[in-house]
Design a protein around this ligand. Structure first.
Ligand code: SF4
Length: 100
């Protein structure tokens, strides 16, 4: 028990001296760290929004909802190309016929 207390005290002393040693650069370091965090957070949000918009644009290029072969039934979405209906593969579907 006494050995653990001595180790705790030694660790606290080391931390105290370490903090005292970096005290002059602590404020600029925190300033740079905080702004780096804010910038990375903003960049992450921006790139996430850009990816979401790009994905939404791609999904809106799927023509199946306006195709005459689209059944709007989850059991058989399309009578011509059921495996690619309502997927990105249907964007350039050669069997697309407008008609809905
Ligand atoms: S024929 Fe092509 S475009 Fe039309 S519903 Fe089927 S997969 Fe979609």
């Amino acid at each position: 028990m006494a050995a653990l207390v001595e180790i705790d005290i030694a660790v606290i002393e080391i931390l105290y001296h370490l903090i005292k040693a970096i005290q002059p650069i602590l404020v600029p370091l925190c300033f740079v760290s905080a702004w780096t965090f804010v910038i990375l957070l903003g960049w992450s949000l921006w790139s996430g929004m850009r990816a979401t918009v790009a994905r939404a644009k791609q999904m809106h290029q799927i023509p199946c909802a306006n195709c005459q072969f689209f059944t709007n039934d989850y059991r058989l979405k399309c009578t011509i190309q059921p495996y690619i209906a309502n997927t990105e593969k249907a964007i350039d579907c050669c069997d697309y016929r407008p008609g809905r």
